[in-house]
Design a protein around this ligand. Structure first.
Ligand code: ATP
Length: 319
């Protein structure tokens, strides 16, 4: 093992830069050369590759996004793109690759492994929807961003005595909605993993008003339904003044939390350890405070468990 490549792929996640920094510095500490590939698998296909030094990752630990840029690269799912990617690896004599991204990126990393390229994966997605790890890089920052937004919306909701429906990211995953909803004291949390009854949501709103509540916050993961239609429906059924806020991309912007920076630093360093010990086709993860390594294929074969007990708790605390 002499030269390794790094790429970030899929949606950007705050903390990716801290992971890149850890990989570069840990690799150089062990005498390896490191190369960055720009724009995910696109950089592999188009041979957009550059040497990274200690200074290449200076002053990035606190920055959101990814200095390597990221992209969605459908060409990598086809034979011609994959052939070009393999020839870039050969041309630059890269011995191994670290792929930082979500489950789509892990499919790409798993394919590279099956093609004989020593590859390891680092889970980074605000959706937190990868199995075999409690947390993915970026999730904590997204939850903090949404919680901060809930606090702000709460001020105006209380002043005007309104119901606010807040839509957050998560087409197939309700993790952001659940964690931010619990942290922000939402009255109801609607997620794609669990069925919900809007009549029940409206009954809770009425009960809240009866006991003197000045406002209500309903958090909706985008995969649970359109916040605009849900807001309309609530207004129609309850006759309460209802507003809808769609948080969109601001959820994954901004400086990563200390938690994400520490997680990313540990994951990045552990990924280099995996490569040095010849354990390829694995992903780095955490369970509690412990790091855990799991085969990429095993992580991809499982659906991440939804923390139903937290959902239940949020329901009890918002009666
Ligand atoms: P996020 O969770 O933030 O959306 P992601 O990594 O899941 O991140 P995707 O767009 O699903 O984002 O995947 C990123 C890239 O991974 C794709 O553009 C494609 O290049 C590659 N990829 C996805 N699925 C596969 C697959 N089945 N085989 C090979 N490569 C894939």
């Amino acid at each position: 093992m002499r030269k390794i490549g790094i790429l970030t792929s899929g949606g950007d996640a705050p903390g990716m830069n801290a992971a890149i920094r850890a990989i570069v510095r840990k690799s150089i500490f062990h005498g390896l050369e490191v190369f960055g590939l720009r724009r995910g698998f696109q950089g592999l296909i188009s041979n957009d590759c550059f040497r990274m030094h200690l200074g290449s990752v200076a002053d990035i630990i606190h920055r959101g996004g990814t200095i390597l840029r990221t992209a969605r690269t459908p060409e990598f799912m086809h034979e011609s793109g994959r052939r070009a990617a393999l020839s870039t690896l050969r041309a630059n004599e890269l011995d191994a690759l670290v792929v930082i991204g979500g489950d789509g990126s892990f499919h790409g990393a798993d394919w590279l492994t099956s093609a004989g390229v020593p590859t390891v994966g680092i889970p980074a997605t605000i959706d937190n929807d990868i199995a075999c790890t409690d947390y993915c890089i970026g999730f904590d920052t997204a939850v903090c961003n949404v919680t901060d937004a809930i606090n702000k919306v709460r001020d105006t909701a209380t002043s005007h005595e309104r119901v606010y429906v807040i839509e957050v990211m998560g087409r197939t995953s309700g993790h952001i909605a659940l964690f931010a909803g619990l942290a922000g004291g939402a009255e109801s949390i609607l997620v794609p993993e669990l069925p919900f009854d809007l009549e029940h949501v409206c009954q809770r709103l009425h009960r809240g008003v009866q006991r003197g509540k000045l406002h209500s916050i309903i958090l909706v993961a985008e995969g649970a339904g359109s916040a605009l239609s849900i807001g309309e429906e609530i207004k129609m059924r309850t006759n309460m003044e209802t507003r809808v806020t769609i948080l969109g991309h601001l959820q994954r912007g901004g400086t990563p939390t200390a938690f994400d920076r520490i997680l990313a630093s540990r994951f990045g360093a552990a990924a280099v350890d995996l490569l040095l010990s010849g354990r390829f086709g694995q992903m780095v993860g955490n369970v509690g405070c412990e790091l855990r390594f799991s085969p990429l294929a095993a992580a991809l074969a499982q659906k991440k468990e939804f923390p139903a007990e937290l959902y239940h708790l949020a329901g009890i605390l918002s009666i």
